[in-house]
Design a protein around this ligand. Structure first.
Ligand SMILES: NCc1ccc(-c2ccco2)nc1
Length: 330
């Protein structure tokens, strides 16, 4: 089996991407953020207090003839951006782009943090990290990818995220039409449940490529690219008027500044992020100060290769044994 579905930016700066997912019988369609940086599949639901729901679509298990309560199981998750949610669990039929899983754990939110309430075009998350990260207790549950594995033509899923445009996620096959040249693969360590791998180095603009292994996680559910302070200061040193603002919590610069590109290595391959991806957003609609798409990872304890980096490539998440991740030009 295979599946293919759209990855739609939820706002004009690609803060997150959502994908249509159908849950239950008859199918209820929700727009979920497919997130390789976590492993819980949770949804706004009929159990979410109406005070916390603002325009989201919800999953109502009572309206599904195939829903089953997973008795006595609960979950609670906190994300790196401080957002979070918690609740109970149902098993139900779930499909993404024509690929169906019969008994997927669907985590129904009984509480969501305000930043989720405010994001009306996001109805939940589908974690595509390793199932060891799943927070359901007393027994942890499998991700959609882990449940789908036995029926997949190939044990992979791919991400083709795009800058200010709709991309796609494919399951069970690598679409030759979505990339050019060869795929450059590198080893993944499942520590501790993330798609953890290293970059072989980086370059700022037309500068020399710095060969240095940088370990981090490829995370479709994180908006920006977070790298060590040494790398980030080298980048913004090339930007007139750039500064690391305590007030805005990161590097900002005059929106009129010309930014260099940023290149990262995957083994011998090189991927260049256009300057436009790094001129991320104005700090407020009328401001002439802009916030960078490349920020320091020093507060995070881990480097995060988020959407700003991933949208510069076609990315293959390979669930083979051992797992590996591949990047290709497109
Ligand atoms: N890295 C997981 C993740 C994804 C989305 C969000 C989010 C918060 C508000 C809107 O979206 N938070 C965390």
């Amino acid at each position: 089996d295979t599946g293919s579905a759209a990855a739609i930016p939820i706002n004009e700066v690609d803060i997150a991407y959502v994908t249509p997912v159908t849950v239950g019988t008859p199918p209820q369609t929700l727009m979920l953020d497919l997130d390789t940086g976590s492993s819980d599949l949770w949804v706004f639901s009929s159990l979410t207090p109406s005070s916390q729901v603002r325009g989201q679509d919800i999953y109502t298990p009572a309206n599904s003839s195939t829903s089953k309560l997973l008795n006595g199981h609960t979950w609670s998750i906190r994300y790196g951006d401080g957002s979070g949610s918690r609740g109970t669990v149902y098993l139900d039929t779930l499909a993404v782009g024509g690929l169906e899983v019969k008994s997927q754990a669907v985590q129904t939110a009984q509480e969501v943090s305000s930043s989720f309430t405010q994001e009306q075009s996001l109805d939940g998350l589908m974690g595509l990290g390793f199932s060891t990260l799943n927070t359901v207790r007393p027994s942890s549950q499998l991700t959609f990818f882990d449940n789908a594995r036995p029926s997949l033509d190939e044990e992979v899923f791919t991400a083709d995220l795009k800058y200010h445009a709709t991309g796609s996620y494919d399951f069970g096959f690598v679409d030759r039409a979505k990339y050019t040249g060869n795929i450059s693969y590198t080893a993944v360590t499942e520590s501790p449940g993330y798609w953890t791998h290293s970059l072989s180095g980086y370059a700022v603009g037309s500068g020399a490529f710095q060969t240095t292994r940088l370990s981090g996680i490829s995370d479709t559910g994180t908006t920006l690219l977070y790298l060590p302070t040494a790398v980030v200061t080298a980048y913004y040193r090339q930007v007139q008027g750039a500064q690391n603002s305590q007030y805005y919590g990161g590097y900002v610069f005059p929106c009129s500044s010309s930014l260099p590109t940023f290149t990262f290595g995957i083994e011998e391959a090189r991927f260049t992020i256009p300057a436009s991806y790094i001129n991320y957003t104005r700090i407020s609609p009328t401001s002439t100060t802009c916030y960078g798409g490349l920020q320091s990872s020093s507060g995070l304890g881990i480097n995060i290769f988020g959407d700003v980096a991933l949208k510069a490539a076609f990315v293959v998440f390979s669930g083979t044994n051992p797992p590996r991740i591949g990047f290709a030009h497109k």
